[in-house]
Ligand binder design. Structure first.
Ligand SMILES: *[C@@H]1O[C@H](CO)[C@@H](O)[C@H](O)[C@H]1NC(C)=O
Ligand SMILES: *[C@@H]1O[C@H](CO)[C@@H](O)[C@H](O)[C@H]1NC(C)=O
Ligand SMILES: *[C@@H]1O[C@H](CO)[C@@H](O)[C@H](O)[C@H]1NC(C)=O
Ligand SMILES: *[C@@H]1O[C@H](CO)[C@@H](O)[C@H](O)[C@H]1NC(C)=O
Ligand SMILES: *[C@@H]1O[C@H](CO)[C@@H](O)[C@H](O)[C@H]1NC(C)=O
Ligand SMILES: *[C@@H]1O[C@H](CO)[C@@H](O)[C@H](O)[C@H]1NC(C)=O
Ligand SMILES: [Fe+2]
Length: 464
């Protein structure tokens, strides 16, 4: 495909009809990107190199280990033998080395046998402190570092990075590089699901989980990535008797779900600095009476906006998506949960899945019931902004086909790869910026000052 039809759609007719609802129409970016096939980096690429040394730990990654950010789960893989489960760690300004003991897991999938996958929760850390940690003790130790977040509190500044549907193509590498080079300096990644895309390979070639782990290590070993599951993590194959969904993912990635009284790693919450982050599962049951429903029903009332003003929800499949890809896939979950999102004034919802970028107005569509027929999204200042950021750059390529005309609730959309940052300044203000990969590291392509829905329920202005 040599070119894509790009339209700037400011739909005057529709605008006039609905001017009571929407003063500003949405815009489709006129940025023209040359669409090339997105291809995975070959197995022998520099970013996939195994670290030298016998049984050297690889694919090192960390995530938050508890509800408040005083624990970190460290994970790594050794290939030659099980090796040690121990993590040695010490604060930057301290000579005292502590040790924590983790556990080991392995799995088989098709004809693939995993390496030795280690997970270790290190806890009772001090807030706002740089720690070094060492894994691979006994054979080839490797040392990394991370900084714990400040204590949970209402005016703590904190910067989250947003990356979705990353995969391991050349574009994925560019996305990760841009995230690393972004002068805004994200401190923690909120990952929106679809990690390695190993399931796109014959026999779900699980070596592609290993290559992904080695590729992303340069970020995942140094700052927590908060995991949301996507459809490419489901990764099951009943035709060969692999009936357990999420098997490779479950062995490789751990999340602190028990700390938020969840019964499943696919939905959970954490608090970090001034944010309360709820992670939902698009691919687990969410209907009434299901475990996820019951958990979320209890979770929302627990959110304390005096302690954590910012309420952020992550999910894979977007509810408000105006691309002709995965269209309406998020609809059934929206029907179940949207009224809670409005009632509890969620600030922003980040989703992935659609390989493009889109930001909505603050809208809700919750008036409908089976007899009244009222089913239009309406402007609603208590509603979240919905952002689709499935544009990490995986091998499936960009989603370029958009519904026309652009619906009015869609504030901005563009089919480009990129990442975003959500930079919390204090309890009332957060600066959000989306960066497309074609621009310089500091260039923003879509920005918005978020005003907190609990502390400053005023209409925001945006610029693109
Ligand atoms: C798994 O099977 C594929 C296809 O038959 C083959 O190419 C690959 O080498 C096998 N891998 C292992 C680890 O046996
Ligand atoms: C990936 O990006 C890094 C950092 O920009 C670069 O050093 C490396 O050569 C890239 N690798 C590939 C295969 O594109
Ligand atoms: C990690 O340890 C802390 C402190 O004991 C605990 O609260 C948390 O639940 C643990 N996390 C995991 C994933 O085991
Ligand atoms: C909410 O958090 C604030 C600040 O930490 C605290 O003083 C208050 O007691 C909490 N409210 C509830 C209902 O727990
Ligand atoms: C875009 O998607 C629509 C709806 O699925 C389809 O009818 C149309 O052919 C697609 N256009 C292109 C250029 O692929
Ligand atoms: C919160 O941050 C915004 C943006 O930096 C600033 O304009 C505002 O004055 C801050 N509010 C307080 C109370 O400091
Ligand atoms: Fe997806």
């Amino acid at each position: 495909m040599g070119g894509v039809l790009w339209c700037t759609t400011v739909l005057l007719g529709v605008l006039l009809l609905n001017s009571a609802l929407f003063v500003n129409g949405g815009s489709t970016s006129s940025f023209v990107r040359k669409v090339e096939k997105t291809i995975d980096m070959p197995l022998e690429s520099d970013v996939f190199r195994t670290p030298p040394g016998y049984n050297a730990p690889q694919q090192v990654h960390i995530t938050q280990g508890d509800q408040v950010g005083k624990a970190v789960i460290v994970s790594w893989v050794t290939m030659d033998e099980p090796g040690s489960n121990t993590v040695s760690y010490w604060a930057q300004n301290s000579k005292t080395k502590r040790k924590a003991e983790g556990f080991l897991t392995t799995y088989r999938f098709y004809n693939y046998s995993s390496g030795f996958i280690h997970h270790c929760n290190i806890s009772h850390l001090q807030y706002n402190t740089k720690y070094y940690y060492e894994v691979g003790i006994g054979h080839t130790p490797r040392t990394f570092s991370f900084t714990t977040p400040p204590e949970v509190g209402p005016d703590v500044p904190y910067t989250f990075g947003l990356i979705g549907d990353l995969g391991q193509s050349y574009d994925s590498n560019i996305t990760l590089t841009h995230y690393e080079m972004n002068p805004t300096k994200g401190q923690t990644v909120l990952f929106l699901g679809d990690i390695s895309y190993a399931d796109q390979y014959p026999n779900h070639d699980n070596r592609r989980w290993d290559t992904w782990g080695r590729f992303a290590e340069r970020s995942t070993a140094y700052q927590p990535w908060i995991w949301t599951v996507g459809n490419h993590e489901i990764d099951f194959a009943p035709e060969i008797g692999e009936n357990e969904p999420f098997k490779p993912y479950n062995h490789r990635y751990q999340v602190p779900y028990k700390s938020s009284q969840s019964t499943s790693p696919f939905w959970y919450s954490i608090k970090r600095a001034s944010a309360h982050i709820i992670v939902l599962a698009s691919y687990s049951a969410y209907g009434k009476y299901t475990p996820q429903y019951k958990w979320l029903e209890k979770e929302f009332p627990k959110v304390n906006r005096t302690e954590t003003p910012w309420l952020i929800v992550l999910m894979h499949s977007p509810w408000y998506n105006s691309y002709n890809y995965h269209y309406m896939e998020g609809e059934t979950m929206r029907v179940m949960y949207e009224s809670w999102f409005v009632k509890y004034k969620v600030d922003v919802v980040f989703a992935g899945h659609v390989h493009a970028y889109e930001r909505s107005e603050r809208v809700s569509n919750i008036a409908y019931n089976i007899v009244n027929g009222i089913c239009q999204p309406v402007k609603d200042q208590s509603a979240p902004v919905y952002i689709t950021i499935g544009d990490g750059g995986n091998l499936e390529g960009l989603a370029t086909n958009m519904t026309e005309p652009q619906p009015e609730y869609s504030a901005f959309r563009e089919a480009s790869f990129g990442h975003a940052t959500f930079d919390i300044k204090n309890r009332t203000h957060a600066y959000y910026a989306w960066h497309r990969n074609q621009d310089g590291y500091a260039v923003t392509a879509d920005t918005m000052w978020f005003l907190n829905r609990y502390w400053k329920l005023e209409e925001e202005s945006t610029s693109t």
